[in-house]
Design a protein around this ligand. Structure first.
Ligand SMILES: *Cc1c(COP(=O)(O)O)cnc(C)c1O
Length: 381
């Protein structure tokens, strides 16, 4: 529990979670792929019109599955934005890949598509994109380049479930995509994730990798008469109790997104004048993007003003946070990245970006306090 009266995140509940968990227990199948896991799979597959959805124990694990599915080997290069969470690339480094970090756009903070082609080499085996805050990357350009070079695109869509780009759902454009249901995300079950499969060729093997390298899923469907060890794999499926919690959230997706939209829009309109006056950058959402309202961030003019604002909010009992530190400058990034890289936008964001409290049940009163406290900030020197 956060000790701040206004925390950065408070995991939201819809009211049905405990009922569904109790029901999962009564059904007598609380390991993976029980009733609620299937309900979640069906809901995701039907809503997004995708080939296959597989719940996983985390987005990190879904990313690991995608690296196995793409047969990533030692010495392969994988392109990813410099501005992202470590899991995006760690899953590939675990299989021996060398990360190639590309800087992000200063407006959407997404992988800068104009820098992508120069990062491609004959060793490039995957392009990872992250839709920061659930605002889509410039996918038409990225997909066109990837297709020209025959390189698969994976969407780390941890932020952007049910958001759209030119009408298309995020997570449906790459060969596969990963989701997170960690308690800080829009829809959550504490710890959880999903792998979304769009390219048919990966569907069957994904099930096997998720089930310890066995064809158990086919056995349960009666497609084979015994199950056996057929591939590498691990245990990537969550308990049906977690799926029950998650289903309560996914069923209520419109209510949850509506709440987040109201909070996001309020920050955006009420802080606009202040931001303009002090040269603070608020989020850019291109017109072709319907976002997911996952983060509300501001880019402050300097590291000093960012730190001063975090401290000013803290003194008023409000927790704000920053992220991501540039991957190319991290110990692991230096060790595995190989050649020095230049990512000035990410370096500035690492110093200057601040995220405000944004969670489903942030009250109007709490939000007003956050906004007024920001407007009273004097620490510009
Ligand atoms: C949260 C997050 C992850 C990791 O999600 P887990 O479910 O905690 O493994 C990966 N990528 C991005 C962009 C994230 O925000």
């Amino acid at each position: 529990m956060s000790t701040y009266p206004i925390p950065f995140n408070r995991p939201g509940l819809t009211g049905q979670e405990l009922n569904y968990i109790a029901d999962a227990i009564q059904r007598g199948h609380i390991s993976g792929d029980g009733y609620y896991t299937k309900q979640c799979h069906r809901l995701l597959e039907e809503t997004l019109s995708i080939r296959k959805a597989l719940l996983t124990t985390s987005c990190t694990h879904a990313l690991e599955m995608s690296a196995i599915l793409l047969n990533i080997q030692a010495g392969d290069e994988v392109i990813c934005p410099d501005f992202t969470f470590v899991s995006t690339i760690n899953a590939f480094v675990l299989r021996g890949a060398r990360p190639v970090f590309v800087d992000v756009r200063p407006d959407t903070l997404n992988l800068d598509e104009t820098l992508l082609e120069a990062a491609i080499t004959p060793r490039t085996k995957a392009i990872l994109v992250v839709h920061y805050g659930g605002v889509a990357c410039e996918m038409d350009t990225i997909l066109e380049i990837a297709k020209r070079y025959g390189i698969p695109v994976i969407e780390d869509n941890a932020h952007g479930l049910f958001a759209r780009y030119k009408g298309r759902y995020l997570g449906t454009m790459g060969v596969m995509a990963t989701q997170s249901f960690h308690e800080t995300k829009n829809f959550q079950c504490g710890e959880g994730g999903a792998l979304l499969i769009n390219a048919a060729e990966y569907a069957e093997r994904a099930e096997i990798i998720r089930e310890k390298g066995t064809n158990r899923s086919r056995f349960f469907r009666g497609q084979v008469d015994k199950y056996t060890w057929v591939d590498v794999g691990s245990s990537y499926l969550p308990s049906d109790m977690l799926a029950a919690h998650l289903y309560a959230q996914l069923e209520n997706r419109d209510v949850i997104q509506g709440k987040r939209q109201r909070i996001w829009d309020t920050y955006n309109t009420q802080l606009a004048g202040w931001a303009d006056q002090y040269d603070v950058q608020l989020p850019t959402v291109p017109t072709e993007c319907e976002q997911s309202y996952h983060v509300f961030y501001m880019v402050m003019p300097s590291l000093a003003s960012r730190q001063a604002l975090i401290n000013h909010l803290k003194a008023e009992g409000i927790l704000s946070v920053f992220h991501y530190l540039p991957l190319h400058l991290s110990d692991m990034g230096v060790q595995y990245g190989g050649k020095p890289m230049d990512c000035p936008v990410t370096e500035r964001l690492g110093d200057c970006l601040i995220r405000l409290p944004l969670f489903n049940d942030l009250t109007e009163h709490e939000q007003t306090r956050v906004i007024e406290t920001i407007q009273q900030f004097k620490g510009w020197e």
